[in-house]
Structure formats: structure tokens, C-alpha cells
Design a protein around this ligand. Structure first.
Ligand SMILES: Nc1ncnc2c1ncn2[C@@H]1O[C@H](COP(=O)(O)OP(=O)(O)OP(=O)(O)O)[C@@H](O)[C@H]1O
Length: 275
């Protein structure tokens, strides 16, 4: 049986009680002619952490980027099917992708602060969104929420690139929070970090999930087990022409995925027999 320890929160709700923020139905994503992801149905619960796991190339990042329309920025990328966000079609003609990305923020694999001061990294988003004047309170609040304030409060004018990798990633989380999003998407946020910095980000995610809906792509199954309420396991099928197409195999409460998965492919993956 699977031997991954579930140390994170046991999902507070049963699957029936899931309070949907996103409802994904029949989502397929293409890069040009290539169908990278096929017919995904998935629901993301409010103020939960949802982990997306699976072998390399099965489309986790592709699906994640659909949640804030980042794929729109990739030439030739196209999504088919539906993603409803609070019951509204995220890809509807009247929806402004810039506003979507304000409400649904993203943190990337490699910390990517701007080459500006710590303060300006946080103030940048609100300024772009039209906020004027001093932003001291907002900067403090975002850095506090990202568990970074105590470490940087005396050097807010210092260049953000002088921070350690883990601090830079928390700064990126603070930058995402500063524009008051509802959802934070995280694409392997700890893969460039050491174990101590990783633990800090994981603790922070738990804290943030009180106020935010979080979706995380991770290669680290222990991490998914530790932090998430629900887990989506993806894999890739190979068709008769040898092309790989990502698919969602199983989506359930994390405790169930790691202790009693329904699908043999999930069990093989989490026990290390495959992937
Ligand atoms: N910009 C792109 N243009 C063309 N194909 C792409 C692009 N991005 C991803 N793909 C392809 O789509 C498929 C899914 O990629 P994706 O990065 O979403 O998978 P993943 O599960 O996140 O992988 P990994 O775990 O290695 O990051 C892969 O075959 C990949 O080569």
C-alpha cells in the first residue's frame, strides 16, 4: 500500500461539501495542433489547498496556467471546454484577462523578484492598479502575511535580489498578495529551495489557506501530502501515433489519494512503481 505519510490537514470537508471556486469541465488544452491535455473535469474548493501531481509532461502546469489565463500569453495555445469561476465563464468574451490575473495571482518555480527594492516589489502591483500615495501599511501587511516582515523591515530599500532564494520566494508571495487576489496559483514554488526554506513556504501556505484559495503544482508527493486538502493526480496517455496527452486520473481528498486511491495508476505513482 502507499507509504506516503499524510501530515497535512485532513480535508475539513467531504467531497460533497466542496465549495467551488473553479469548476472545470471537459478542459482540453492545445499548443498549435498538439493536444497537451485532454478533457479534464475538476473542482477547486474555496480556501482549500489543491495539489496537482503527476509525472513530468502530463500537463499540470498547462492546466494551472488556464486558471488565470496565462496560457493566453503563449502563441498558439488554446483552451477548449469550460472553466467556470464563481459560476462565470473565465474565458467568456467580456472577461478581462488582466483583471483575471489580478484576482488569481501566480507564484513561479524560480523566485522572480523585480530588480528593485523590497518595498517597490510589493508596491508595484497596487500602483499599476491605480493606487496612489504612500503604501507603507499595505507593504507591511503583505510582507507580514508572507511571514517576511521581521526579516526585512529594516532594509525595505535594499534590492530584492540581495535576499536569499527562500526570502525571494516569500517576497514573490507577498507581491502576489499585495494586489488582494482571491486565488494564488503556485507552480512548483519550492523546487529551487533548500529544505528549511521549503518548510517555511509550506507553513506559509497553510497560514494563507485561511484567507486564500491555493492551487499548487508539485513534483514532491510528500509536499502534496503535507500541505493539501485535495489532490489531483494526472498522467499522460500515449496514442496510436505515439503522442502524449495529459489526463486527470483521480481527484479526491488528499488523505484518500495517499492512503486508499481508487485508481491503480495513482497507487503505482504514489508508491513509486511508476513515474
Ligand atoms: N509553450 C509550450 N509550447 C508547446 N508545447 C508545450 C508548451 N508548454 C508545455 N508544452 C507541452 O505540453 C505538455 C504538458 O506540459 P506541462 O509543462 O504542462 O507538463 P507538466 O506536467 O507541468 O510537466 P513538468 O512536471 O515537467 O513541469 C508537454 O508535452 C509539453 O512539452
Amino acid at each position: 500500500m502507499p507509504n506516503v505519510t499524510v501530515r497535512g490537514p485532513v480535508a475539513p470537508h467531504t467531497a460533497e461539501a466542496l465549495d467551488p471556486v473553479f469548476t472545470v469541465a471537459g478542459l482540453s488544452v492545445f499548443y498549435g495542433e498538439y493536444e497537451a491535455v485532454r478533457e479534464v473535469d475538476l473542482t477547486i474548493g474555496n480556501r482549500e489547498i489543491t495539489a496537482m501531481i503527476g509525472p513530468s509532461g502530463c500537463g499540470k502546469s498547462t492546466v494551472l496556467r488556464c486558471f488565470n489565463r496565462m496560457n493566453d500569453l503563449i502563441p498558439g495555445a488554446r483552451a477548449a471546454g469550460k472553466i467556470m469561476y464563481h459560476g462565470e465563464d473565465l474565458y467568456g468574451a467580456h472577461v478581462d484577462p488582466i483583471e483575471v490575473r489580478r484576482r488569481i495571482g501566480m507564484v513561479f518555480q524560480k523566485p522572480n523578484p523585480f530588480p528593485k527594492s523590497i518595498y517597490d516589489n510589493i508596491a508595484y502591483g497596487p500602483r499599476v492598479n491605480g493606487m496612489k500615495g504612500k503604501m507603507d501599511d499595505l507593504v507591511e501587511e503583505a510582507l507580514t502575511q508572507a511571514a517576511l516582515w521581521d526579516e526585512v523591515k529594516d532594509k525595505l530599500k535594499q534590492n530584492a535580489l540581495s535576499l536569499s532564494g527562500g526570502q525571494q520566494q516569500r517576497l514573490c508571495i507577498a507581491r502576489a498578495i499585495a494586489v488582494k487576489p482571491e486565488v494564488i496559483l503556485m507552480d512548483e514554488p519550492c523546487s529551487a529551495l533548500d529544505p528549511i526554506a521549503t518548510t517555511k513556504i509550506e507553513d506559509l501556505m497553510q497560514e494563507l489557506s485561511r484567507d486564500y484559495t491555493i492551487v499548487i503544482v508539485t513534483h514532491n508527493m510528500q509536499q502534496a501530502a503535507r500541505v493539501s486538502n485535495r489532490t489531483a493526480f494526472f498522467t499522460a496517455d500515449v496514442d496510436e501515433r505515439g503522442e502524449r496527452h495529459g489526463r486527470l486520473v483521480e481527484f479526491d481528498e488528499t488523505s484518500r489519494i495517499f492512503t486508499n486511491p481508487t485508481d491503480k495508476r495513482t497507487e503505482d505513482y504514489i508508491t513509486g512503481r511508476f513515474g
